[in-house]
Design a protein around this ligand. Structure first.
Ligand code: GCU
Length: 604
């Protein structure tokens, strides 16, 4: 008897028929989906009682079993269905006062019915879950995902029932030294199912993924690929761009992949004319529709060329925090509000810091004609020599590129932010650069690096990482962490690289409505002064091809403790957390008006 019990418990721990975390399904918008958003039942589980037994061993009867007492004598010490609920999508920190600082595990349950039709498959898709998500359906483990800002999906075709499905997700946002990001960030560690959750229904063999963009350096040759998933992998697939009367057919190989190339005379996407085309990918068993823009982006010496013409990137940095209500932004409205504020500044570029933002941000940037720098959270001091940390960073890079590779707005993939110069760090980041280039040879690669003084009035950008980047990114805080605002006037910027520079951060803090003279910190006048001196100085940097001041909006940070001023907010925003413009907003707006008119800053 004892051995049978042991065997059963062992079998329970070893996930059977574990559904593999399938490759990401591209463009769920263009498919049949059922939203699972709304109220989810939750159990706050700081001791992970629902996962480990009292010996800290994974329990076979964890909360994922969603068990109910069968008899009056049965002992079950949890019940999702009488537990409180939280909204999905949404971080848990801003939904309940007591969860603001909560870092740990919360279990989520969603019950749903689903009548699966013949010859169809079903997947559950998560826009993101911060930080580690263990996902179960009807008591079976589907898999685990690590990384708080990229999507993932699991196939549930064989596990789904017609009625009474119990989808359970253990979300744990505990920070770890070996994680990405690591223990310390200057942003709030919002936990939960922070983006949409949906069921995605597909035919037995479906168009799982595709990459359709202009070939590097060509303004008329389209090149890319289409990938099928299923049993009937050798099919005819047709790529159609109806508005341009284009219809090109290809045949997939035994793995369901087809390389596609064809010439097309298309209107190119640009901030002045963010032209998107309806693109239809049609296979014999499936069809997907998308809105795609076509543009080229490259560098030539210190120039950045969009569609072959030099550009200057008038940018601003943005954290993925919702305007007005705070917490993680997740909706189209959130994206539109943030990007509209940025547009009012006069931007043609945004740096989405320091992690991949939700898909609405990228699709709205596509529509609004705003070029994008997208980044993975390799932030400050990561465990460079830890192979699991590298694999994790590479995986987040893979998922970021997989989701957004067809967005014309994205011109730059950024590998890291403010990471300390060193051999282990360089080899770590070189591997990420190579990985990004292997997945997407068409976009520019950058990173936000640091600089150093070679004398008291010369700043040098010679981080060895610069060798491997297409565009140099540099963060500097002259006038805030480094001297007073007027110091910027006396500085000269140098680099050992013949490459374009984006000043990826500069700025200073001010509490909206706090006024004083231009040398009084925390006042709008001090912040305004920083911008006046910075912008005047940056005009003189010959290889500067873009700026992205830190930051569009005040945002929550556990680092910022000054009572009456910061109160848990980083106050470097050009607008307050409620969207009210500070004086510096108008200094930058004026600068961008002038710059847009001239389309030059540096050398001309
Ligand atoms: C850093 C960092 C940001 C941070 C900012 C600041 O440069 O990249 O994440 O918020 O400085 O100190 O405000």
């Amino acid at each position: 008897m004892k051995s049978i019990v042991l065997l059963i418990s062992l079998l329970a721990v070893i996930p059977c028929a574990q559904a593999q975390q399938t490759d990401l399904i591209a463009n769920t918008d263009g498919r049949k989906t059922i939203s699972l958003d709304g109220e989810w039942r939750t159990i706050i589980d700081p001791y992970e009682t629902g996962y480990y037994d009292y010996r800290y061993q994974p329990s076979a009867d964890g909360y994922f079993k969603d068990a109910k007492p069968k008899t009056k004598s049965d002992l079950i010490e949890y019940d999702f269905d009488t537990s409180e609920s939280l909204k999905v999508p949404g971080d848990w920190n801003t939904q309940q006062e007591r969860l603001l600082f909560y870092e740990g595990t919360i279990w989520y349950k969603k019950a749903f019915d689903y009548q699966r039709k013949e010859n169809t498959r079903l997947f559950v898709y998560f826009g993101a879950a911060n930080y580690i998500a263990d996902v179960y359906l009807n008591g079976e483990k589907l898999g685990r995902h690590e990384g708080g800002f990229t999507p993932f999906n699991f196939e549930i075709t064989k596990l789904v029932r017609d009625t009474g499905n119990s989808l359970i997700v253990k979300v744990d946002n505990k920070r770890r030294r070996d994680a990405v990001p690591t223990l310390i960030t200057d942003w709030w560690n919002y936990g939960g199912l922070t983006r949409q959750v949906k069921l995605v229904e597909t035919p037995a063999t479906f168009v799982q993924d595709y990459f359709i963009q202009l070939q590097k350096g060509s303004r008329e040759r389209i090149s890319g690929w289409v990938k099928l998933n299923g049993s009937k992998l050798d099919q005819k697939v047709t790529v159609r761009i109806p508005e341009a009367r284009i219809s090109k057919s290809f045949t997939t190989d035994a793995n369901g992949s087809a390389q596609i190339t064809f010439d097309a005379a298309l209107t190119l996407w640009s901030p002045d004319n963010p032209k998107l085309y309806e693109v239809v990918i049609e296979a014999e068993t499936d069809q997907v529709q998308d809105e795609i823009g076509f543009r080229t982006i490259e560098t030539r010496g210190t120039e950045i060329l969009l569609n072959g013409r030099p550009i200057f990137l008038r940018g601003v940095c943005i954290h993925e925090e919702a305007p007005f209500r705070g917490g993680r932004a997740y909706s189209r409205e959130d994206a539109l509000t943030l990007l509209t504020w940025a547009k009012e500044l006069g931007v043609n570029f945004v740096r989405l810091a320091h992690y991949p933002h939700n898909e609405f941000m990228l699709r709205e940037a596509d529509r609004l004609g705003i070029m994008v720098w997208s980044e993975i959270p390799v932030y400050w001091t990561i465990l460079w020599e830890n192979s699991a940390t590298l694999e994790n960073a590479q995986n987040q890079l893979t998922e970021m590129i997989a989701r957004d590779k067809n967005r014309a707005a994205i011109i730059i993939w950024s590998m890291a932010n403010e990471t300390p110069v060193g051999d282990a760090r360089l080899s770590f980041l070189k591997k990420l650069v190579e990985h990004a280039r292997s997945l997407d040879p068409g976009r520019l690669i950058s990173a936000a690096m640091e600089r150093h003084y070679i004398d008291d009035k010369t700043e040098m950008i010679d981080d060895p990482l610069g060798e491997y980047l297409d565009v140099l990114g540099c963060n500097e805080y002259v006038g805030w962490y480094d001297g007073l605002p007027e110091k910027a006037d006396r500085l000269e910027w140098k680099t050992k690289y013949q490459k374009p520079l984006i000043m990826s951060e500069f700025g200073g803090s001010a509490l909206y409505g706090n006024h004083g003279d231009a040398l009084t910190r925390w006042t709008e006048e001090y912040q305004e002064e920083i911008y006046k001196h910075q912008l005047a100085a940056l005009r003189k940097v010959p290889f500067l091809r873009g700026i992205a001041p830190w930051v569009l909006k005040d945002f929550r940070s556990p680092h910022r403790q000054l009572p009456g001023i910061q109160d848990g907010y980083n106050r470097k925003g050009l607008v307050s957390e409620t969207g009210v413009r500070k004086k510096a907003f108008f200094v930058l707006q004026q600068f961008y008006r002038e710059t847009a008119a001239q389309n030059t800053v540096g050398n001309k």
